[in-house]
Structures are given as structure tokens and as C-alpha cells.
Write a new protein. Structure first.
Length: 476
């Protein structure tokens, strides 16, 4: 097994950044799809179960079990026929439900926009419980976010749709808002604005509107959403042809994935007047070099207490930025060999793993990708990386992780009395249990023997004190 470790000194020199640490990605496993199938989105289960959920357009929705890290296995598949022939393009999890964006976008035959709701109480036996779509929204659906009882759909030129999902078996249309298509310029053949992605914060729905930049949709009144602010990086529009694809928010900064132009950092502390705070342009985009650039980013996610930003990179697969200085992302890692016919569209991360959603694109424009599928990578927080928001130290810290034999557990607490540490597998079965009494030891460090346990993912939990905590442990 090779470790791909690419230190991009050229990019750092060009941007004036001095790298002091790096992110190293190590390949763990992959699951290639047969042509012509593509993975658009892949997300880890948010309840710390060993499952990955994928939206794959023509290939439907596939749920993978990755209990065996080196052999992710499909355990549940939903075909497009089970979604009334609508194609899944994105998905998001809230609790024990999976919300799936439906409707192929782009091309000559876009589909109606819609949403399906899947009960994942038992992921290996998941079931579709509800679906909504409307042919009036006829340009497809590229993105979905869920907050509370409402789902928000990115319906391309048709704007944003709000769907009431309070009753999973009966999702219902609530409202929609069409965004200004004629800003910043009148659209042409290749720069039509599309609602492609979201960042959701409270009643703020920050919408990535492709060539139309970034729009803030006020969703305080679910019956009457409205566009309350517009933003585009004018330095970026002077340099290239930007396409805002999706975004994430850390504090008062929004990080937008802008296709072949990297990451646009937006200060959103003043809601009606978002301002540019920084721009990371690792692929040196110009108006004429969209085709063949070494990177195109569609999805972003944060990691390591929001101190790292991971971005899908198409031909570059995945790139990692330090955002400890929020306005100045520093490129500190990348995985993948250029022009190797593998390209990434989607990305998600947990404490120790990254999953990439890979696409099939035989046309070689803007990049060549010979097969879709998913890929798992291992990573860890680099030394010296700290949280942007300076959280309290975790009550439980562990090392090494992944572990092969003995796990060192350190308790960062001054609490007195006895607590318990529990180790469970991903089926919830208790496999280790031992008492903790810090008053009886000189150092708050304990050793846990894991040598006899099968490979997989485990949940380590501390109970019995006022402050509790848990950690995912990967056993190799």
C-alpha cells in the first residue's frame, strides 16, 4: 500500500504561504463502478455507524457497509425505478432519515426536481418511506439540505424549493423562490446561473448559483422565502469564468467551491453585505483554461475541529487547506496523481477517514475519468493544527488511531470518583469494559488491549462522570 504525499511547494510559493505541516492521505480501499455509472455524493453515517450513503444518478442510491475497512460492501441499493425513474444527485442525513435529491440536471433531458426520504434506522434494511416531485420544476435538482422539518432543493434555473418533511411518509411542497438570473451579467449560452449547492445556517440559506455567484435566501418565513443578498468575487470574475458549486460555513466565513478556481472565502458577518476575505487559487485559473486544468472542485467539507477544509479536486482528487487563519486558506496536502484517469466529484470526512465520490467522464472535457465509484483514504490531523473556534479539550484522547494492538487512552479531567469506559462494535455489542478512577493513578493514562479484536470501527465511550465523551477507534 502506497502513501500519496504531495507537498505542493509551487502553489505555496505562488500564494506566499509558508507550510509548517501537511496532511497525508493513505489509500485504504476503493469500490469501482462499471461504466457508465458515476458517484456524485458520498457521506459517512452521522450516527457513527459503519455505513456510507451514496447518490449515483443512473446507478441509484447505494448504501455501503465499511466494517471491514479494506472491503466496503454494498448492503442496500435503490434503483432509479424505485424513485419513479428520477435520478438521485445528492443526499443528506438527519437522524435516522436520508433525504435524497432527485432529478437529473443539465444535458438535453433534465428531469423534474424532487426529494425521496429513506428510513435508515437499520441501514442494511433501509426503506423508502416518502417521495415528492413536481414537473413544474423541470430543470432537475442538484443539491439538498435539511434543517428541522424542511428540505431545501437546488432546482437549477428554477431556484430554490422548500419541502415540508415533518411527515416523512408525506413530504409536501411549501414554497419556492426564483433567483435573479440576470446578475452579475445577462446570461449567455455557457454562463447560465443554476442553484447548485447550499450552506445552511439558521434561517440563512446561502445558495451557490453557478455563474450567478452566491445568493443569500432568507428562509425565516418558510411560506415566503426571498433573495436578500448577492455576492460575487470581482477579482475572480476579472481573472476567469467562475462557477460557484457548493459551500460550507465556519464562524463568520463561508468557503465556496468555485470549480477550477479553487476556494473563495467570503466574510458573511454582515448578512446584507457579504464581502470577499480571501481566495485560494491553486490551479491558476484563467478565462481560457477551464478545459484541462489539474483541478475542479465541486464539494467541500471541514475536519479537525473546523481547522481543515477538504475540497474535491476532480483530476486532483482531494486537496486539503489549513483554515486556522480563516481568511487565508493554506494548501497543505493533496492525494492523487494527475492525468491518471480518476476524478473526484464529492468528498466527506470523519475523524480518521475520507470518502471520495468518483465520476465517469470519457469525453476528456474538462478531464478524463474512466470509472466512477468510491474510494476510502486514511488521514490524521497534522501536528500544530488547532481549531478555529478553540473548543475545550476533549475529555478523552486516544493514540494511535488506527490501532493494531494496544490503545493508549488519556483522560483530560479533574473529576473524582469512578467512571467506566465502554468499547462497542458498530452493531452496538459491548466488547470491552473497564473502570476508571483517576484518584488511584499518578497519570491519567490507561492501556486497552485490542489485539484480539476483529478489524473494523469501534466506539469508545466514557460514562459515569458529569462530563462524558466518545471517540471512534479504527482497528487494523
Amino acid at each position: 500500500m502506497r502513501t500519496f504525499f504531495i507537498l505542493l511547494l509551487w502553489c505555496c510559493t505562488q500564494t506566499g504561504f509558508a507550510q509548517t505541516s501537511t496532511v497525508v492521505f493513505t489509500p485504504v480501499a476503493e469500490y469501482p463502478y462499471p461504466a457508465p455509472f458515476t458517484a456524485y455524493t458520498a457521506h459517512f453515517d452521522k450516527l457513527h455507524r459503519p455505513y456510507i450513503y451514496t447518490a449515483n444518478k443512473e446507478y441509484g442510491v447505494i448504501i455501503f457497509d465499511f466494517s471491514d475497512l479494506q472491503n466496503p460492501t454494498p448492503v442496500r441499493t435503490f434503483t432509479t425505478q424505485q424513485f419513479q425513474s428520477l435520478k438521485p444527485t445528492d443526499l443528506v442525513q438527519q437522524g435516522n432519515y436520508l433525504y435524497v435529491a432527485l432529478g437529473a440536471f443539465g444535458g438535453l433531458s433534465p428531469q423534474p426536481a424532487g426529494v425521496a426520504i429513506i428510513d435508515i434506522s437499520n441501514p442494511a434494511n433501509a426503506a423508502i418511506v416518502g417521495q415528492w416531485s413536481d414537473a413544474a420544476f423541470d430543470k432537475g435538482c442538484a443539491a439538498i439540505r435539511v434543517g428541522g422539518d424542511f428540505a431545501y432543493l437546488g432546482a437549477f434555473e428554477r431556484g430554490v424549493i422548500i419541502v415540508d418533511v415533518s411527515k416523512p411518509a408525506m413530504p409536501a411542497y411549501r414554497s419556492h423562490v426564483e433567483l435573479d438570473l440576470n446578475w452579475p451579467v445577462m446570461p449567455g449560452l455557457f454562463n447560465v446561473p443554476h442553484a447548485r449547492g447550499f450552506a445552511l445556517r439558521g434561517n440563512e440559506l446561502w445558495t451557490c448559483f453557478d455563474a450567478g455567484g452566491l445568493r443569500l435566501v432568507d428562509i425565516s418565513d418558510k411560506n415566503a422565502p426571498f433573495e436578500s443578498a448577492k455576492y460575487i468575487n470581482t477579482d475572480l470574475t476579472d481573472a476567469a469564468a467562475p462557477a460557484y458549486n457548493t459551500a460550507t460555513i465556519v464562524g463568520n466565513y463561508l468557503y465556496a467551491a468555485v470549480d477550477y478556481c479553487g476556494i473563495d472565502v467570503v466574510d458573511i458577518s454582515a448578512l446584507t453585505l457579504p464581502e470577499n476575505a480571501g481566495w485560494a487559487n491553486p490551479w491558476n485559473c484563467t478565462p481560457a483554461n477551464w478545459d484541462g486544468r489539474p483541478g475542479h472542485t465541486n464539494q467541500v467539507t471541514t475536519a479537525c475541529h473546523d481547522s481543515l477544509l477538504f475540497a474535491s479536486g476532480a483530476d486532483s482528487e482531494i486537496v486539503a487547506f489549513s483554515i486556522t487563519d480563516p481568511a487565508q486558506p493554506k494548501l497543505i496536502g493533496q492525494f492523487g496523481a494527475l492525468r491518471d484517469s480518476v476524478a473526484t466529484w464529492g468528498v466527506d470526512a470523519n475523524d480518521s477517514l475520507v470518502v471520495l465520490a468518483q465520476v465517469w467522464n470519457p469525453l476528456n472535457t474538462p478531464y478524463l475519468a474512466k470509472h466512477g465509484g468510491i474510494r476510502l483514504l486514511r488521514w490524521s490531523c497534522p501536528a500544530g493544527t488547532s481549531s478555529v473556534q478553540n473548543p475545550e479539550p476533549a475529555i478523552v484522547s486516544i493514540a494511535p488511531n488506527p490501532v493494531s494492538d494496544r490503545l493508549q487512552i488519556r483522560f483530560n479531567s479533574s473529576e473524582k470518583g469512578t467512571a467506566e469506559c465502554l468499547l462497542r462494535d458498530m452493531q452496538g455489542r459491548l466488547v470491552r469494559r473497564f473502570p476508571i478512577d483517576l484518584s488511584a493513578v499518578s497519570e491519567p493514562v490507561f492501556q486497552l488491549d485490542m489485539a484480539g479484536l476483529p478489524r473494523g470501527v469501534y466506539l469508545l465511550s466514557l460514562i459515569g462522570w458529569e462530563q462524558t465523551g466518545s471517540k471512534l477507534v479504527v482497528k487494523m
